[in-house]
Design a protein around this ligand. Structure first.
Ligand SMILES: Cc1ncc(COP(=O)(O)O)c(C=O)c1O
Length: 497
């Protein structure tokens, strides 16, 4: 984490050291090779392989129909038609094979189309598709809820409610926190993302996503997140003593920012859409104390950070802090639409029959797929793999930062790494990433961006990625950064692709 605040003049000791060049950083020992698992087919091992300039003829045909009949609301960044995927590779309709650094936005943690997930769906669908879990009991729902309790942070949570998406799970957490506290105000953070509907949208801070949908659910108070690289208070960690939490305590909650004690604090342990922002290690513990002092519930949204992505089963384990409610989604379903919350037993028990429900909650297919995916993550020890490969990836990216002035910050945990681009490492003026993303894609690397300014690359490959594939992906990434730097120097911008 940078020690410099935005626009701060360069102090003498920092001048001799380029950002990313931390001489005191421990050396990451030689990382194992981490070969691709055996189940990944040959075509996917050969990624990337570009056979035709995308969109090829087959992709074009489908895109033409799509543009006539599918809503334009989706903000698609890749002009190809996805045909199949396996492990860390995605194939388009024309046979191009891309190396994937996105996991379909942190969904395919054990690898795309994991054979155990496929088998579980096939077997389950031959027996039962709709479990009517609203009205009857279903074995896989009970077993899945038991497994989630066993792997919950500190084994402290027990009692799961299953829904159909991350946003729906956020809605459940929102309702449960109101039901439990009988209060109606909630704290959320700038840079947050909790979904596109209902409470999830109301808790999301990005203006582009909220624009023209007001009034949203009332009672949500936003406050700055611990985004140390761009501190809202122009402070420097650790000297700041986490002033951003003092501000909540001494200003927001004390000086009338609310109408009284709040129901809950909604926070992503590591902000996802906000730009893969990792707060200081004591941050979540401070929020825990703050919630306890208010008699409020602490809700961790681990939709993007969960299921070994950060090198631990849940990101909050890095911070030794247990929430009252944990929100899950994305990887939970192994690629099927599934979201859930798990809460402390006494809190979940507050809900009486009929307090909340969903037709497809506990659906037979999503339960089978999710159970198989989460079990694969456990059995294949993917948290450990993500931790080791993540350390190695951060080392490579920090080295890259010393060569590439366009990289302002590298941060992350496990294989959830953000690379923030800037026009200048000292002024930190954001550098838009679309051209670079296009160049990576043309060269066979699928990457996605995030952050308020759209200038943060997410390095979030499936956790089964090999060391060699990581290195190959970084080669492509650095070449695209280098090309963009050259265009920036001659005062123009690279055309997409
Ligand atoms: C942290 C977080 N919460 C909630 C959501 C919403 O999930 P979904 O898109 O499944 O509704 C997302 C999606 O990106 C997310 O990253």
């Amino acid at each position: 984490m940078s020690q410099m605040s935005e626009q701060e003049p360069v102090s003498e000791p920092m001048k001799s050291m380029k950002p990313g060049e931390n001489k005191e950083e421990p050396k990451v020992s030689e990382v194992e090779e981490f070969p691709l698992p055996d189940w990944i087919p040959q075509w996917a091992r050969e990624a990337p392989k570009i056979v035709v300039r995308a969109p090829g003829p087959k992709s074009k045909e489908i895109i033409k129909i799509d543009r006539d009949y599918v809503s334009y609301a989706y903000d698609r960044c890749f002009t190809f038609t996805i045909e199949k995927a396996a492990g860390t590779a995605v194939m388009d309709a024309d046979g191009n094979v891309l190396l994937d650094f996105s996991s379909g936005i942190a969904v395919q943690n054990a690898g795309w189309t994991h054979y155990k997930v496929t088998k579980a769906i096939q077997e389950q669908s031959a027996k039962l598709i709709h479990s009517m879990a609203n009205d009857a009991y279903f074995d896989k729902e009970a077993h899945f809820a038991k497994l989630l309790a066993e792997i919950s942070p500190g084994k402290a949570l027990q009692g799961t409610f299953f829904g159909n998406s991350g946003a729906e799970a956020v809605e459940a957490a929102f309702k449960l926190s109101r039901y439990h506290t009988k209060r109606g105000e909630h704290l959320a953070f700038f840079g947050s993302y909790h979904g596109r509907v209902g409470a999830g949208l109301a808790l999301t801070s990005k203006l582009k996503l909220r624009y023209s949908y007001g009034p949203l659910a009332p009672g949500i108070i936003f406050t700055p997140f611990a985004y140390c690289y761009r501190c809202a208070f122009k402070q420097t960690y650790p000297e700041c003593g986490l002033y951003c939490v003092d501000y909540i305590e001494n200003q927001v909650l004390t000086m009338g920012g609310t109408t009284g004690p709040i129901a809950s604090i909604f926070v992503e342990p590591i902000q996802g859409e906000g730009g893969y922002v990792v707060p200081p290690k004591e941050y979540l513990g401070r929020l825990r104390k703050l919630a306890d002092a208010q008699g409020a519930l602490l809700v961790f949204d681990e939709v993007q950070t969960g299921f070994a992505r950060t090198g631990k089963m849940f990101a909050c384990e890095h911070f030794n802090t247990v929430p009252d409610i944990l929100v899950m989604g994305k990887a939970l379903g192994g690629g099927t639409p599934l979201g859930a919350i798990i809460a402390k037993r006494d809190i979940m028990r507050k809900w009486r029959p009929g307090s909340h429900s969903s037709t497809f909650g506990g659906n037979a297919i999503t339960m089978a797929a999710g159970l198989a995916h989460v079990n694969a993550i456990i059995e294949e020890n993917l948290a450990d793999r993500a931790a080791k490969l993540g350390d190695y990836a951060i080392k490579l990216l920090k080295e890259m930062q010393t060569r590439r002035e366009i990289i302002g910050d590298v941060r992350g945990k496990g294989l959830m790494i953000g690379v923030e681009l800037v026009k200048n490492q000292y002024t930190k003026e954001p550098q838009e990433a679309t051209n670079i993303q296009g160049k990576c894609w043309r060269a066979g690397l699928m990457t996605i961006t995030s952050g308020f300014y759209g200038n943060v690359f997410r390095i979030a490959p499936p956790l089964c990625i090999s060391k060699a594939q990581l290195e190959k992906g970084f080669e492509i990434f650095e070449q695209a950064l280098k090309d963009e730097e050259e265009f920036m120097k001659i005062g123009t911008s690279a055309p997409p692709g």
